[in-house]
Design a protein. Structure first.
Length: 169
């Protein structure tokens, strides 16, 4: 059975973007982010994070560092009976001469590769799904994938989600 899904960009949407956030000590949830995820969990939405992580290609941190941070995020959400169902990331960056990740270039937003990978793994109802990002590249990726995209520049992610869902009814 297909499920509605909310795709979230990470830095700037779920957490405050401090530039290459990979340390737990640097991670700070955006206002309303945990509440928004719990609200969507309760409404039976899949929650999937799609995040460009060029710091990996730049060798500022490792994929393991990023996985530790994502595990921390879910451990924090677990405290309020909430969860992110999956994380997809792109380590590739076009300005970094690092052939190690070149084969993953289609994953990087504004491409829709991460969303396509999610669709192969999860039963996503594209008609009822959307993406929330803080950059135009996020919205382009949503459009290429065939779902709606919303630009988050507000103060409170929970209130932003509530408004989106209210406008659907």
């Amino acid at each position: 059975m297909l499920k509605p899904t909310v795709f979230f960009d990470r830095d700037g949407v779920l957490n405050i973007d401090k530039g290459h956030v990979y340390k737990i000590s640097d991670f700070e949830w955006n206002k309303g982010a945990k509440q928004a995820i719990k609200f969507l969990n309760n409404k039976q939405y899949l929650i999937i994070v799609v995040t460009n992580q060029s710091g990996i290609a730049k060798e500022l941190y490792t994929e393991n560092d990023m996985v530790k941070l994502h595990n921390f995020m879910n451990s924090e959400l677990n405290k309020i009976s909430a969860k992110i169902d999956d994380f997809f990331y792109s380590p590739w960056h076009p300005e970094i001469d690092n052939n190690k990740y070149y084969h993953l270039k289609d994953l990087r937003k504004p491409n829709s590769g991460m969303l396509k990978l999610a669709e192969k793994k999860w039963p996503i109802d594209k008609k009822k799904s959307f993406l929330i990002g803080d950059k135009k590249t996020d919205l382009i990726a949503a459009n290429k994938f065939g779902i709606r995209g919303f630009l988050f520049k507000d103060e409170n992610l929970f209130e932003f989600i509530e408004e989106i869902l209210e406008n659907e009814n």
